[in-house]
Design a binder for this molecule. Structure first.
Ligand code: G4P
Length: 191
């Protein structure tokens, strides 16, 4: 998505060789117009796929997911991260390890917001090592819902996330695919 790639080049900062800081428009301050274009792009790609619900994870997945939900006319559920979990029967939960943040969080979704008839579109801001997406897939499987696709705003294609998801036959649609960071410069995958 050209508009997004241009914004990454303009406002993104490469930190420590592997992390792209995009807090100017996605991870802290949010640009609603850009998020709307992002939502529309996901909706265009997943139109006619019978999506009934979008699932994302707090916090930075919520903005693009909500705009996609608006464009597709479906509800958006976000997994909550819980530090200490008092087990309750009405929650699906799983542990997600973040290689980037070097910490594990327990993510939960209330059972009342996932149905086995659901056709789910997963959305997240970044795809890096794929652990967040895998955790969300696990929860959807527990609910016996169908995951139709994984929509990603920014994919770091040099990390294993896409490969892990494709190995399990999930379709990944990323709006910006980063091939590498070269001397602090973002290089996109040429398609
Ligand atoms: P994964 O997202 O594919 O599971 O990979 P990983 O475990 O490596 O990363 C987990 C967290 O790190 C996620 O945030 C993800 O958005 C973030 N992340 C990964 N790479 C980058 C990057 O290059 N830039 C930025 N800004 N974030 C990155 P999270 O823990 O879900 O937190 P939140 O920011 O959504 O609240």
């Amino acid at each position: 998505m050209k508009e997004l790639e241009e914004r990454i080049l303009r406002d993104g900062n490469v930190l420590g060789g592997e992390v792209l800081k995009v807090d100017n428009f996605l991870n802290h301050q949010i640009d609603p117009k850009l998020m709307q274009s992002i939502g529309n792009e996901f909706a265009k790609h997943y139109a006619n796929k019978g999506i009934t619900r979008i699932v994302t994870i707090e916090s930075s997945g919520i903005a693009p997911a909500v705009f996609a939900g608006l464009a597709l006319g479906v509800p958006v559920v976000f997994a909550r991260k819980q530090k200490s979990l008092t087990l309750t029967d009405d929650l699906y939960s799983t542990d997600v390890y973040s290689f980037t943040k070097k910490s594990t969080s327990t993510i939960v979704i209330s059972k009342k917001f996932l149905e086995k008839t659901d056709r789910i579109l997963l959305i997240d801001d970044f795809l890096a090592n794929g652990q967040a997406a895998k955790g969300l897939i696990k929860i959807c499987q527990e609910a016996q819902a169908t995951v139709v696709g994984v929509g990603i705003v920014i994919e770091k294609s040099f990390q294993v996330g896409r490969q892990l998801l494709e190995e399990e036959n999930y379709e990944v649609y990323s709006l910006a695919r980063i091939r590498a960071f070269e001397e602090g410069q973002v290089k996109f995958v040429e398609e």
